[in-house]
Every structure is written in structure tokens, then in C-alpha cells.
Design a protein around this ligand. Structure first.
Ligand code: FAD
Length: 287
């Protein structure tokens, strides 16, 4: 099913995200985690493309497995490190496997790369255009950054480029993680003011270890509220307590979002079925 259809009304949707294994040997355990998350029947499950050290070669396979488990899937696709021919091949593969939802991303620029022009992708909007050309029936999503993309000069310019991405054909956006909902509410207001009216899925990262918090800050540069820092300081060295606290904090954020009319939530479940289950159990009465 197309995600644009799933998001059509204001019904609460809770989607999950998984990532491919770093090595071939890791495929079995990732496959098991994906199956367990699918059993929870989230609104859809997305699979990243080479993010966080995962390989990109399993994204299609995992996205297909998710559909075989009866859950809508979305494959991420990045373009900055690939030649156009490889990206086009990847799109054809998604099409051949009936994976109709694609999150079109630029990807992080590898160190030392210089853009020679013509032959390389610089921005996700260019990828959206190529998907539109080769797979016009696909439902395309894009990424957005409530605290601004780290490379953007300022928030206004960043939002201007988000508008270009939406005008090119992105039917919904998923936010980078944030830990303070007021940042999301403020950002949503700015997007709407800029004439961007597609659904904006709130990206929620349940942080269940101290290392994960450090890595989240490093990757996204997002603000960690004092309230959450105190939780990590108090429980960061106790596995069970930190996991429980991370699930509670994420649930609290989601309940506040739903209470304020933001009904589409994307949980960065990170191949952790127990965390996905903890959150969905807490939300039973809201869904
Ligand atoms: P873009 O939309 O291209 O934006 C990148 C920067 O370029 C921004 O600063 C923007 O303001 C600027 N820009 C855009 N257009 C123009 C223009 N015409 N002129 C000048 N500047 C412009 N990474 C992975 O490797 N794999 C994944 O699976 C993955 N999944 C993600 C999922 C989500 C929900 C999010 C939020 C991020 C994900 N990422 C993933 C990380 C992402 O690839 C990086 O954040 C990357 O740096 C930016 O990608 P983008 O698609 O947002 O880029």
C-alpha cells in the first residue's frame, strides 16, 4: 500500500525503522529482528540504505521480506555516493520487486568528495526527479530537519530547499530525531507558513543506552533537554533501567504529539523489537 494512502486521514499512525546488517554474517539476526517488529503490525516499516555502517545491498531484500510479513514497507535510497547508472539500477530493482514507497535521500557526503557537476547527485531533489522519471507510480518521501540540516546556512534556506523537494514530488516528510516537542511544533508552523502542506512524520528515537545518546548527538547535532540528560546520568549505566527510561521518554513525547494533533509518528526502532513492543504496548489505548 502507498504510504500517502496510509497518511490520508488523521488516524494515528506509528511506523518503525530498521537497518540492514553491517556484514553478511549479521543478516540472520537482523532478519529475525525485522520479523519480530513486523509481528507488532506497525503502520509501515522503513529500511535504511547504508546508514550507520549498514550495507545497502540488503535494503531491497529486507523491504520485500517486510511486505511478505503483511506490513507495508518503504526502502530508503541515497544518491550522493553513487553514479546515476547505479541509482537508476536500484530504482529499477525496487520497481521489479513492487516496493512502491521510497524515501529519497541525498546521504552524507563522504570526506574528500568534490562534485564534478553533470555526473553526480548533489541534492535529494535530483533523486526525486530521477525516481519520478523511472518509477512514476512510486510514492516518494523525503527527510527534513526541525533543528536545521547541519550544512544549511540557516533555517529559512533549509526550508526553501525542503519546499523544492516537495514541489518535485515528495508526498510526505520524515523528521530527523528530536527530543523536545516544542522544536517540532515550531518547525511544523514554519513549514506550513512556507506553503509545505504534506504530512510531516515526527521522528522519535527511543534512546536506550548512554552510547546511543552520544552517537545521536554526534550524528544529528540535536539538542538534548536537561530532563533527558538527567535520565541518562542517573540510569545510563544500568541496562534495564536505561531501556525502560528510554521507552518511557519516547512514549511521553509521542503522547504529547498525539494530544496536540500530530498523529503521524515514525519510531527509530533500530532493530530492537523489545523497544518497539514497549512503545506500542504503552500506546495501545491511543491507536
Ligand atoms: P538534501 O535534501 O539534499 O539536503 C542536504 C543539504 O543540502 C541541506 O542542507 C539542504 O538545505 C541543502 N540543499 C538542498 N537542495 C539544495 C540546493 N538546490 N542548493 C543548495 N543547497 C541545497 N542516510 C543514509 O545514508 N541512509 C539512510 O537510509 C538515511 N535515512 C534517513 C532518514 C531520515 C528520516 C533522515 C532525517 C535522515 C536519513 N539519512 C540517511 C541521513 C541523510 O542522508 C543526511 O542527513 C544527509 O546529510 C542529507 O540528506 P537529505 O536527503 O536530507 O539531503
Amino acid at each position: 500500500m502507498k504510504i500517502s494512502e496510509i497518511l490520508k486521514n488523521n488516524k494515528v499512525t506509528i511506523s518503525m525503522e530498521v537497518f540492514p546488517p553491517k556484514t553478511d554474517a549479521g543478516f540472520e539476526s537482523v532478519g529475525t529482528a525485522v520479523k519480530e517488529i513486523a509481528k507488532l503490525n506497525p503502520s509501515f516499516i522503513s529500511c535504511t540504505y547504508g546508514a550507520g555502517g549498514g550495507t545497502s545491498k540488503y535494503t531491497v531484500k529486507i523491504s520485500k521480506d517486510i511486505m511478505d510479513y503483511g506490513v507495508t514497507s518503504m526502502a530508503h535510497l541515497t544518491c550522493v555516493s553513487s553514479m546515476p547508472s547505479k541509482v537508476e539500477k536500484q530504482i529499477e530493482e525496487l520497481k521489479a520487486n513492487n516496493i512502491e514507497n521510497i524515501l529519497a535521500l541525498r546521504g552524507d557526503i563522504p570526506e574528500g568528495i568534490e562534485f564534478p557537476g553533470g555526473d553526480h547527485f548533489e541534492y535529494a531533489t535530483q533523486l526525486v526527479n530521477v525516481i519520478k522519471e523511472h518509477y512514476p507510480e512510486a510514492c516518494i518521501g523525503g527527510a527534513c530537519y526541525p533543528e536545521k540540516h547541519p550544512e544549511a546556512l540557516n533555517k529559512d534556506e533549509d526550508i526553501l530547499h525542503i519546499k523544492e523537494k516537495v514541489d518535485a514530488g515528495c508526498e510526505f516528510l520524515t523528521t530527523q530525531m528530536f527530543f523536545d516537542n516544542s522544536i517540532y511544533f515550531n518547525y511544523l508552523y514554519r513549514l506550513r507558513e512556507a506553503g509545505i502542506h504534506v504530512p510531516v512524520l515526527a521522528g522519535i528515537m527511543p534512546v536506550t543506552t548512554r552510547r546511543q545518546m552520544e552517537r545521536s548527538i554526534q550524528l544529528s547535532g540535536c539538542i538534548i533537554p536537561a530532563r533527558f540528560k538527567a535520565i541518562v546520568d542517573a540510569f545510563g549505566d544500568t541496562k534495564e533501567a536505561m531501556q525502560a527510561a528510554g521507552i518511557i521518554y519516547a512514549t511521553d513525547q509521542i503522547v504529547d504529539l498525539i494530544a496536540n494533533g500530530c498523529t503521524h509518528i515514525h519510531v527509530y526502532s533500530m532493530n530492537k523489537p523489545e523497544v518497539a513492543k514497549g512503545i506500542l504496548d504503552n500506546l495501545k489505548t491511543f491507536i
